[in-house]
Design a protein around this ligand. Structure first.
Ligand code: FMN
Length: 388
């Protein structure tokens, strides 16, 4: 019989790790999302919601965080910021100048290729003409502004960095404010660099994961990172979709799980129905790593876009942030016309998509993960009984 929420809460001691105590959360389940409703709902349900700040300027981020403060029931949550290691901007260069300088480095062939692809698949143009602002972040000054904003919110208890090791002054500033600094690692080199920089939590992300990802599988990477950075707590990311995955992640020495894909199809995520349906139908074989989105390997749903960029007669994707500027127009058009763009719309999602077969609420998703964890624990206990 399924356990009630109260029973789960009471039993959570058998799942709670030291990091749960540090952060004051019930379950060691971290949920990355760009959607504030998901972040607030996960934290309310006893997990730890983390808002992806990419794409928000400091002012928009302030609005999102103020909303989460009001809706997370006083629970803690986190913010994930893309802090580039090397700043694309020159000292004192403003954003418009930077964007103009970078635009000149984009070959016309790349622009033409994208436009033709969109025409070929019938994706309409934007009513107000091409997108003006093609850079959605990637500069140190944007990231610093986002950190300042996040630090004004008491319930933000952890700030994570998506790309590489955060600069030492930011690590110091966040830690001095009493919050934890986390950073994602796709291999041991990243993890050791994070350890040397003094981060508080390392997120070991296997290749199965959505979005920017390396090429080492979760099962191999997690215990290696645990060993390399001990005693720093490690969160397991990449491919987690069930409670049994959580149990195996804890068995491999991590202190919790950092999930992303799972939260794309929850009720609160508010995707267009056509997008949700594509994700629900997709299997674990339907994702591919491609540099065609941002310039760095990124796991997305395979479609005509990824196939077109993989052909031999296609332009090579440019380095970050140039490729992101090339794709900005396609992203904006597919967001505006979701019904007519699915063949070429870019959806970051991991191999966990094969487990995402029904829409649940965030609370329902947490409940299902926690129940699955206890079921797996009972299966192991039975094995022990058989032994004795
Ligand atoms: C749509 C989407 C966008 C993402 N964007 C970011 C990002 O901006 N920064 C980041 O640190 N991680 C990002 N991630 C990765 C997640 O933080 C997380 O590491 C990953 O989803 C875990 O693997 P999973 O997808 O198998 O659960 C994104 C994930 C998804 C699904």
């Amino acid at each position: 019989m399924p356990r009630t929420q109260d029973e789960l809460q009471r039993e959570s001691g058998r799942m709670r790790t030291e990091l749960c105590e540090t952060l004051g959360i019930e379950f060691p389940i971290f949920a990355f999302s760009h959607c504030r409703d998901v972040v607030a709902a996960v934290s309310r349900a006893g997990g730890f919601g983390v808002l992806g700040a990419l794409g928000f300027d400091a002012e928009q981020l302030e609005t999102e965080l103020a909303w989460i403060d009001e809706h997370a029931g006083g629970r803690p949550y986190g913010v994930d910021i893309v802090i580039p290691q090397r700043d694309a901007a020159r000292p004192d260069e403003d954003r418009a100048d930077l964007e103009e300088r970078l635009r000149l480095r984009i070959p016309q062939g790349h622009r033409d290729f994208v436009r033709e692809l969109l025409v070929q698949h019938g994706v309409p143009e934007l009513p107000d003409g091409p997108v003006g602002n093609e850079m959605s972040g990637w500069t140190l000054s944007v990231a610093r502004g986002q950190v300042e904003t996040a630090l004004r919110h008491d319930r933000v208890r952890l700030i994570a960095n998506a790309l590489g090791t955060p600069p030492s002054d930011l690590v110091d500033e966040i830690q001095r404010s009493g919050r934890l600094v986390a950073a994602l690692a796709g291999n041991l080199r990243h993890a050791v660099a994070h350890r040397e920089a003094g981060v508080d939590v390392v997120i070991a992300q296997g290749t199965e994961s959505a979005a920017h990802t390396g090429d080492i599988s979760s099962l191999v990477l997690w215990p290696q990172v645990v060993q390399a950075v001990a005693p720093i707590p490690v969160l397991a990311a990449g491919g987690i979709a069930t409670g049994a995955h959580i149990l195996s992640a804890l068995a491999l020495g991590t202190q919790g799980v950092w999930t992303g894909s799972l939260w794309l199809t929850v009720e609160e995520a508010g995707l267009e129905p056509v997008e949700t349906e594509r994700l629900l139908q997709a299997t674990s074989a339907d994702t591919v790593r491609t540099r065609s989105y941002t310039g760095k390997p990124n796991r997305v749903l395979r479609n005509a876009w990824t196939e077109a960029w993989a052909r031999e007669d296609t332009p090579e994707p440019l380095p970050m942030p140039l490729q992101g500027m090339v794709t900005a127009e396609a992203i904006a058009r597919s967001r505006r016309y979701p019904q007519r763009s699915q063949a070429v719309a870019i959806h970051s999602v991991g191999q966990a998509v094969g487990f995402m077969n029904e829409v649940r609420s965030c609370r329902g998703q947490i409940q299902s993960l926690v129940e699955g964890y206890f079921d797996a624990l009972e299966r192991l206990a039975l094995l022990n009984d058989l032994d004795s």
